[in-house]
Design a protein around this ligand. Structure first.
Ligand code: FUB
Length: 450
């Protein structure tokens, strides 16, 4: 139960820069894992590790993880890839072909960005040591420090700076997780690492501490049996002890053992970032995702249900990948990945039958410029109509887009129709599919407004 108090209330080769549009997974052009999200300069920056296919004889525990990238977004839909910020070959004290650059973290103090990362030490003094790279901007360029943090051996660093300016380093993977104070220079320990008290038994890793309404939430992937669930404990001090509260995200049951997360508040909404292997179906080639996180009135974290729609608010003029839906009717419509395990991943809406529907929430129409809707569709049969409605499948009809035969289920054409209402601001859309009573009508790639 909740505590009484709780109840009351790189060596910068920076960088390639490109844009990716996505809901979940957040990016589809590369594999990304262990995402740490932070708010810097009024944007969300995400620092994942990167998964690549292992060549024979390389890698560690099945993972090949050579480097770190950073991504940023202000609408949580358009993610700018700022490129690689730290590569294993940049780390003076690290094995240059170790591929062991596991989950990282980053914090800002006095205008300097401190990037903490695990790597395999050349001196063979541990499974992983934790290094630091610093930059003057959240996207780098980062300079890697000459040596790892003395006195720390383990994985999954997480750094929390409390309101009084004291910084704490959390780390570890195994039966025990650890915390130590950092000196004001952020790269040396100010206290001996001590075991965090109050956590449940069995394997734990990926600590992530945040503070909300004066309560310290210590969150961690936990494996009581089988794959990892995301769990949390709460306390009155960043050093603990903590009181275990249970899990807030269930374990994956489809062939991936890890999950790894971070929690961040942005523009008065809390989010959890985590990973899954939806694109590759290979547990060593993961993709970062995010969903909204809510607390109940007592401060308990409400359980997360992973969504395809994710967290972004795209502009209506973007290519809206409605296969990343908010909700689908129970029958008469499916979503299929058309790229296999390859990158960049792409999905389509298909097996559509008369009367089926799909909701896609949070589309930004700004000042009301949208006059037309465009649908990219394919049909081997006679096609049908896409009714576009507001708010849900019973909502006001704002457009009706006729789709005719294109001669094949993968012969794509663009169809359009006028929008009969002036839409402004953020709206929830619903697409209702109409056509012959029997058979499949059409497939949809994306929709967009002009
Ligand atoms: O990604 C490699 C390791 O797997 C991370 O460091 C762990 O937290 C787990 O996600």
């Amino acid at each position: 139960m909740l505590t009484g108090r709780f109840k009351l209330q790189l060596l910068g080769l920076c960088c390639l820069s490109s844009s990716a549009l996505a809901d979940n997974p957040l990016v589809t052009h590369m594999f990304t894992a262990d995402p740490t999200a932070r708010v810097f300069e009024n944007k969300v920056y995400v620092y994942p590790s990167t998964d690549v296919v292992c060549e024979e004889g390389f890698g560690n525990n099945g993972f090949c993880m050579p480097s770190y990238n950073v991504f940023s977004s202000s609408n949580l839909h358009d993610w700018q890839d700022h490129g690689t910020i730290v590569d294993q070959t940049d780390v003076p004290w690290g094995k240059k072909d170790g591929f062991g650059m596991w989950a990282p973290d980053v914090v800002e103090k006095d205008g300097t960005y401190y990037f903490y990362f695990p790597d395999i030490p050349l001196d063979e003094s541990g499974f992983r040591r934790i290094g630091v790279a610093t930059a003057q901007s959240p996207a780098g360029p980062f300079s890697v420090m000459d040596d790892y943090i003395a006195g720390v051996s383990g994985i999954d660093p997480n750094v929390f700076i409390d309101d009084d300016g004291q910084a704490y380093l959390y780390f570890g993977g195994g039966e025990k997780l650890y915390v130590a104070k950092l000196k004001p220079n952020m790269v040396e320990l100010a206290s001996e690492p001590k075991e965090i008290a109050g956590l449940p038994s069995k394997y734990k890793e990926g600590p992530f501490l945040f503070k909300r309404d004066g309560v310290y939430y210590f969150t961690f992937p936990h494996s009581p049996s089988g794959s990892e669930e995301l769990a949390y404990a709460v306390g009155d001090s960043p050093l603990g002890p903590f009181e275990y509260q249970g899990m807030f995200m269930q374990r994956w049951r489809d062939g991936i053992w890890t999950n790894h997360h971070s929690v961040v508040e942005y523009e008065n909404q809390w989010y959890v970032f985590y990973h899954h292997h939806q694109i590759s179906q290979n547990q060593h080639l993961r993709s970062m995702r995010a969903d909204r996180l809510f607390f109940d009135s007592s401060g308990y974290i409400q359980p997360i249900t992973p969504t395809e729609r994710g967290i972004g608010t795209p502009l209506a003029t973007a290519k809206l990948q409605i296969d990343r839906y908010s909700m689908l009717s129970d029958t008469g419509v499916k979503v299929s990945k058309v790229t296999g395990g390859a990158l960049p991943a792409n999905w389509q809406v298909d097996w559509i039958e008369n009367g089926a529907w799909l909701n896609y929430e949070r589309v930004d129409f700004e000042q009301g410029q949208a006059k037309k809707i465009v649908v990219r569709a394919a049909s081997k049969t006679q096609g049908g109509t896409v009714e576009v409605r507001l708010g849900g499948p019973e909502g006001e009809v704002i457009a009706q887009v006729p789709i005719s035969s294109t001669g094949g289920w993968d012969k794509w054409q663009v169809f359009e129709a006028p929008v009969n209402t002036k839409l402004t601001g953020v709206n929830n859309l619903s697409f209702v599919f109409k056509g012959a009573e029997q058979g499949h009508l059409f497939n949809i790639d994306w929709v967009s407004f002009k």
